[in-house]
Ligand binder design. Sequence first.
Ligand SMILES: Cc1ncc(C[n+]2csc(CCOP(=O)(O)OP(=O)(O)O)c2C)c(N)n1
Ligand SMILES: [Mg+2]
Length: 572
Amino acid sequence: MGGKTGNQKVIEQFLADGMNHMFGNPGTVEQGFLDAVAEYPDMKYILTLQESVAVMMADGYARATQRPTLVQLHSSPGIGNAVGALYQAKRGHAPLVVIGADAGLDYMNMDAQMANDLVAMMAPVTKYATLVLSPKSLLRTIRRAIKIAATAPMGPVYVCLPMDVLDALNEEEVVPTSFPSTQVVPSAEQITQAASMLLAAEKPVIFAGDGVTYSGANDALTKVAELLGAEVYGVDFGDVFMDNTHPLYQGTTGHMFGAFSHPITSKGDANLIVGTYMVPEVFPRLEDIYQPGAKVIHIDLNAYEIAKNHHVDLGVVSDPKLSLEALATAIETQRTYAQKAAGEKRLKAAKESKKTASVATQPTSEVEAGEAEVSRPLKMAQFAEVLAQKVPADVLIFDEALTNSPAVQHAIPPRKPGSYFTTRGGSLGVGFPGAIGVKLVHPDKTVIGFSGDGGSMYTIQALWSAVRHNAGAKFVVCNNGSYKLLQLNIDVYWKERTIDAHNYPLSFDLSYPAIRFDLLAQSMGVEAVRVEKLEEIGPAIDRMLSDDKPFLIDLVLEGNHQSDWVKTNCSQ
Ligand SMILES: Cc1ncc(C[n+]2csc(CCOP(=O)(O)OP(=O)(O)O)c2C)c(N)n1
Ligand SMILES: [Mg+2]
């Protein structure tokens, strides 16, 4: 057969765009395509054993590269498995290019085995979903999808590739995809107006998210915050948009309750929102979230999110970095002596209060507590404190430790963009596959993934892929025997409804039968240890860091669980 088929040309197109890792799980309708992969040694196929693992590993890879990342899924059943993972990728703006074959155009009206409207299945969890109907438009459609995925606001896309379209001879030219520039600056008037609003405020507050990191605006954000003496809160982020140890960095508005974020969103008389949206909670406040009369400025490349739910006085669709740089210059030129002094005073006060707060929250050195403490169930702070002393300064963390995250972040504060990733969008299971994705991008660095015992079980087979593809990520299971976050959330639910606290639902308890994560890991070729006592922490971490192979620590932590009660109630 002369010429190349669509199967070959699609791979050449991805390689022309620098996409040389494909995270996937195969099926029969993709057989010709996957057969062709062998002809292209530059294309690395990362085999995952469940589709959500493929998506979440690709998510980690995409987060670490900020580049379009390829995922291959199998028809209806495979896509179905991937939907939850794609949901979190969409919420987190991961530029995933998802492809999947289908039996073929000839079979589309047969409603046969595995047939479904695949585009309809994928539409709500992608930015763009389409089906290729002609071999003459195969590469053009793929390029369009790549462009959409990687143009801000980034997000996953899906292209359905019928087998006969792939198998047909393809005469399209392979050319790199063109990406439009989003280096857009606000007009001079808009910048002047924004600076005036912020300078007139007694209490300016900044809300920031991943859009800042993606445009490389971290330094510009910090500068604007320092010039204004404005507190900075994180809203809907999974990367580091500001050094968490900076005095003006105040943590997050949270992702569950409007009642928690309202005291924060209503404290400022001028609010600058940049690279994020207000607000990402599960139970957001339905009324206005700002102080009455407060000014709101919203700068982002994501027009959809500006004024989505709450009023905005000045909304600008522009690049966060260029906008913040222009804003910093305008603030410096426009401010009066009194406004400059007020900004400096606020910055000084923030420095003082952070110093006091950090002294107050210093965990007492549990590690030095000695023999008397040995039998207690371990706390995450005890582990994290030792880990912080032993890891290299450029360690990369993928943190899905959930209720144990604060202890990890206290010991190893996120400081630089691209060094510390957290979960987004609420789908559990990204911690371990995400860490593997990051490790594939940074083979020379120490990468540690944290996951809850609950979260890890959604995607535990990712460990197998780490061994197979020689991705020496390290894994820590925060094994507290429960879905603790659900226990904490139902506490709030009871309180809100004045229901007396009582036993947590049995479905929040994972303690019976106890899961042996060390044995699970070993069964997939990952060396592992179980850590239950204080004195086991140091040696386990030393062992974990002693080589560049995958390694898992099953860290048994304190938790609220009642295995006897679960056993009697659930096994009848
Ligand atoms: C895919 C998915 N299923 C279920 C949930 C609901 N959920 C939210 S938090 C949570 C518990 C997580 O437990 P674990 O990972 O052990 O962390 P812990 O709360 O114990 O710190 C569950 C089940 C979810 N967010 N995503
Ligand atoms: Mg747990």
